[in-house]
Design a protein around this ligand. Sequence first.
Ligand code: UGA
Length: 433
Amino acid sequence: MKVAVIGAGYVGTTTSVAFAHYGHKVMVVEKDIEKIKKLRNAELPFYEEGVESLLKKLIEIQLLKFTDNIELTLKQSEVIFITVGTPSLPDGGADLSYVEAVGREIGKLIDEYKVIVTKSTVPVGTGEWLKSVIQEELDNRNKAIPFDVVSNPEFLREGKALYDALFPDRIVVGCESDQAKVKMKKLYADVGKTTLFTNIRDAEMIKYASNAFLATKISFINELARLCEKTGANVNQVAKGMGLDTRIGEQFLQAGIGYGGSCFPKDLQAIMYLASEVKLPMTILEAVTEVNRSQSEWFLKKVENSLGTLEHKRIALLGLSFKPGTDDIREAASLKIIKHLMQHNASVTAYDPQATHHVQSLFPEVTYASTPLEAVKKADAVLLVTEWEEIVDTNWQQVKQLVEQPFLFDGRNALDPNKMRELGFRYDGVGLA
Ligand code: UGA
């Protein structure tokens, strides 16, 4: 099939690679000329494992093209995906101005039946609104061109986006016409996973509800971790025991210093904004947000209690990205931690395999190391913030020899407490006995 993808951001690029991999001819439209040049050379503007090599291959066999020519792309495509950003507005709502701009372009340019699909995360009701935006432009042209709007939310995890795009657990398609349904079935024919067809509003809500539920699991286990610590239980064991119940499931019960990223915090804000508009309290999600906000504070309090004070202490931070496998630092726990440490006059040295350059511009006063071992030299405390494999597999014996004081705080419960204690560390994790 001929597919257009509007917006070569993270979701747009990864989704395009997946569609092209499944044999569709994909044209990606992007306004930023520099970005197009890079993408044509198979260079990604972000770090995501596996995408670049597949991108290169798909460009070579001409299943994937990047262009700034939206008119030509729309003319040549049966299905048009909108994958532009929907950032948070100051009031917590989603900024739909990029979606609107694309909708207007579509209304101005299409000349035959098209299926227009929103993949960007958009509030419930956006599909209907988008329909009216496109229709308005068609009316301005006095054209009666048929089209359908479909909602097909993405469920990609950063760091595992390619895998999730190629092998999704499920495909959700909010679709209200048979003609569009046939096209969407054809598009996903080779993916071979359960496709749930719903109406547009349901699909839009499924996306927000899924992220809100996953964030709830994380905040639940993080709050429980605080209780485990007070009562002498081990949250890892508790999560394991709970997770064996298939009704609960083991995933997203990893206690830590809170969730970050471009999705959970933004989507929770957006769903709560949606609820506030219809005057409905979202008691659970408010608590989820509050637990997440305070989780890094709770963790830092433990550091402060152990060291006596943070003032003039040398703190080594291992990991800066919001999770391993990505250079994304949006809403990363590391940023809150650095801010807090700076406010308390600690001196911070940080290491991350991919995200350093992003943090450097925000916190020039931090010292940035090029290896974990360089970061921990003479540290009064080492804080594991992101569980990159490289960090977890560091030579901890050597770390022990390099530090000033043996305080080791594992914000992701990624290390073996017994082993660390045997090496002589005063090890502390999250919710461990
Ligand atoms: C999340 C969802 O997992 C995807 O399904 C969704 O498509 C995506 O948002 C989106 O809306 O685009 P992502 O934000 O990339 O994906 O990353 P996650 O793997 O979900 O992790 C989010 C945060 O939760 C990270 O900071 C991670 O460290 C934290 N986390 C995750 C925990 O603290 N504990 C866990 O058990 C799992």
